[in-house]
Design a protein around this ligand. Structure first.
Ligand code: AMP
Length: 230
């Protein structure tokens, strides 16, 4: 099992980079924020427990976050490992993840920290809009839709995530940076932490992240595609 954790403040580009790394390494991209948004949309029990926190831009309690993550890791496609995006967000979550992986005979291979200055984060986060129908992501600065306010792919209206408005963004950053510091420290002590400058172009950041993986995790061509049996 290859487990790679991506760390960074909200807006640092974890989601974008996790997606690229997942495709490259043929591992599932596991984003707890996406799992929560899907659970809320489906109005599942876990979605109802998490809804108020997610909409306020606050962390969901550890017990719920751990539950949604472990359920996802138990799905067959994650038997090879995963790129974790948005988990762990607290020291307690990091410790629980260590225990859960140890039970599976594994451990976190690398924790990759994407660093971006705070003003840049606020600018990026408030520019993000998603389509109402499928959550396709646009950025008004760097990736605007062809027709203002409409999704290029399905034509549905673009909306801001309730937690992407400026006031919520600032509160969210302030609230999450302390906990992130503890998670960073956790992985630094395990000597698996590596840091990249996330203010550079997307492809450069991806190349830096790949270069920081242990050699054994980079033999991706030899592995079957996640979820396929041959
Ligand atoms: P994200 O898409 O990663 O920015 O996550 C969106 C929201 O989901 C966060 O603001 C939290 O409310 C919640 N969330 C996602 N991952 C976690 C986690 N590991 N622990 C607690 N809350 C989380």
């Amino acid at each position: 099992m290859i487990v790679i954790v991506l760390l960074g403040a909200p807006g640092a580009g974890k989601g974008t980079q996790a997606e690229l790394l997942a495709a490259r390494l043929r591992l599932p991209h596991v984003a707890t924020g996406d799992l929560f948004r899907a659970a809320i949309r489906d109005d599942s029990a876990i979605g109802r427990d998490a809804r108020a926190y997610v909409e306020r831009g606050e962390l969901v309690p550890d017990e719920i976050a751990v539950r949604i993550l472990l359920e996802r890791l138990d799905r067959p496609d994650a038997a090879v490992g995963a790129i974790l995006d948005g988990f762990p967000r607290t020291r307690a979550q990091a410790e629980t993840l260590d225990r859960a992986l140890a039970e599976r005979g594994s451990r976190v291979s690398r924790a990759l920290l994407i660093e971006v200055p705070e003003d840049e984060l606020v600018r990026r986060l408030t520019a993000r809009w998603i389509c109402e129908q499928a959550g396709h992501v646009y950025n008004l600065d760097t990736n605007p839709p062809r027709v203002a306010g409409r999704c290029d792919l399905d034509g549905s209206p673009l909306v801001q995530r309730a937690d992407d408005t400026e006031a919520v963004v600032r509160a969210r950053l302030a609230g999450q940076l302390d906990a992130l510091g503890e998670v960073i420290e956790h992985y630094r002590r395990q000597s698996v932490l590596r840091t990249v400058d996330g203010s550079r172009p997307i492809a450069e950041v991806t190349a830096s992240l790949l270069a920081l993986l242990p050699e054994r995790d980079r033999v991706f061509e030899a592995r079957p595609v996640a979820g396929q049996s041959s």
